[in-house]
Design a protein around this ligand. Structure first.
Ligand SMILES: [Zn+2]
Length: 452
């Protein structure tokens, strides 16, 4: 039996009580957490284990990214000053020339950056599928295996082109039936329902302004038949609200409710413009939210009502969003970003560093339906862990290591473990060569640009 002991670190377990051990130990057996406690490990636990010296480090659960578009790694830095709708219109032509090979190369780079920022589980939302362009979901699954992260790959879709009143150009959308059939095929081929799954599939029509009502309804029925979760964008911008008012004579939350999309197997990205009535319905139905503060700032979408969402016990996770609207692509800095933006919106103390860490870990696990397996450091859970060095010049003397993560510069990542296996060590990927991934992504970006 493979046994690893993490010894001497500051453990922030993110269990229900928020237990922290300033000088603790954590034992991993066969990919799962076997014991967590204060002080040195009892001799019988430590016997025969490989020891990871975590002195000078903060140990947290691995971070969970609940919203991303990994292919966008290839289209960063474009439409730099645009709001969402103008940004989308500028980028659709480029995105609609993508293929599975380019998706895989962009995704591998995006995943590498996520891993190096403490992320162990990634929910990707992929919704651009040019006809005959290969197996995009397969390319994403392969890239996640290469880097070593868990993937919840959304088979997204768009079927409402501009000629039918949608935002995307007609050439960027799929026929409704083709999108549904491909979604079912992705589930059949790649979805793993087991507790320690590395890959799960999600069905994810893109947004109210890019998919038909039929596709939303049918996707919900299909996902429930197949036992997978649902994801989409919701209440991101005022323009989206105006679109829904004009086309459906209701707001985005009413619209989602009308098509069976407020439920505990659904999470939406953003939730920036949710009012008190919307929040109450998210809470009552158990619908989750992926909070993406940097992307919301980049596109000037607004600041999501985090305090109100948490007060209502809406499941909330943290998201990077696609790198075309968050060129950083790093997850850990979103913890600090969430703290700062919640306070700009709702005042001092609107979000504490420990609450933000909880959103980034347990919150994300709950949003993805994996709260029993991921998100906290408790015996029986999967050993997905991030070990942050907090004794360097940026953090030494800062007495609260959780504040080092939530208020200070993101600490260097000493080690990242997924299922007990090391994925990052001393800030560098272990399984893949990040220089090679960088070169692949750079050439893929150029290839895509040349196709436009
Ligand atoms: Zn998004």
């Amino acid at each position: 039996m493979a046994r690893t002991l993490i010894a001497g670190g500051y453990l922030a377990t993110v269990d229900a009580l928020g237990t922290e051990h300033p000088d603790g130990h954590l034992l991993i057996e066969d990919g799962r957490i076997a014991a967590v406690g204060a002080g040195p490990a009892p001799a019988e636990l430590a016997a025969g284990a490989e020891v990871i010296d975590a002195r000078g480090c903060l140990v947290t659960p691995g971070l969970v990214n609940t919203h991303h578009h990994l292919y966008q790694w290839l289209t960063r830095g474009l439409a730099q000053d645009a709001i969402l709708f103008d940004w989308l219109v500028a980028l659709y032509p480029l995105w609609s020339r993508i293929d599975a090979d380019l998706v895989g190369r962009g995704a591998a780079a995006g995943l590498a950056v996520l891993a190096r920022s403490g992320c162990t589980t990634v929910a990707d939302h992929h919704y651009v599928f040019p006809r005959g362009s290969g197996d995009h979901v397969g390319a994403l699954v392969e890239a996640a295996a290469l880097v070593g992260l868990r993937l919840h790959a959304s088979r997204g879709s768009m079927d409402l082109g501009a000629s039918d009143g949608g935002l995307p150009p007609d050439f960027a959308v799929e026929p409704t039936d083709a999108a549904l059939e491909a979604s079912a095929e992705a589930v059949r081929r790649y979805h793993d329902p087991s507790a320690d799954a590395r890959v799960r599939i999600v069905i994810a029509p893109c947004s109210p302004f890019s998919v038909t009502t039929t596709l939303l309804r049918e996707s919900a029925a299909l996902a429930r038949e197949l036992g997978v979760r649902l994801h989409t964008h919701g209440s991101e911008t005022l323009e989206e609200a105006a679109y829904c008012a004009e086309r459906f004579a209701m707001g985005p939350t009413d619209y989602l409710e009308s098509v069976g999309w407020l439920a505990d197997d659904v999470w939406t990205a953003h939730g920036v413009h949710l009012d008190a009535r919307d929040i109450a319905r998210y809470a009552a139905s158990g619908t989750g939210v992926a909070h993406c503060p940097s992307s919301n700032a980049r596109l000037a979408a607004g600041i999501a009502p985090l305090r109100a969402l948490l007060d209502s016990d809406v499941p909330v996770g943290l998201g990077v969003d696609g790198a075309a609207s968050n060129e950083s692509g790093r997850l850990a800095p979103e913890i600090r970003q969430a703290v700062l933006m919640a306070r700009l919106r709702d005042g001092a103390g609107a979000l504490g560093t420990r609450q933000a860490l909880r959103i980034a870990t347990m919150g994300g696990a709950r949003v993805l339906g994996r709260q029993d397996e991921l998100g906290s450091m408790e015996p029986g859970k999967l050993a997905d862990l991030a070990i942050w060095r907090v004794d360097g010049v940026e953090h030494a003397g800062l007495p609260d290591p959780v504040a080092a993560l939530g208020l200070a510069e993101t600490p260097p990542l000493e080690r990242l473990l997924v299922g007990g296996r090391t994925v990052v060590e001393h800030g560098e990927l272990v399984k893949a060569d990040s220089r090679r991934l960088a070169a692949d992504a750079a050439s893929a970006s150029l290839e895509l640009a040349a196709r436009a």
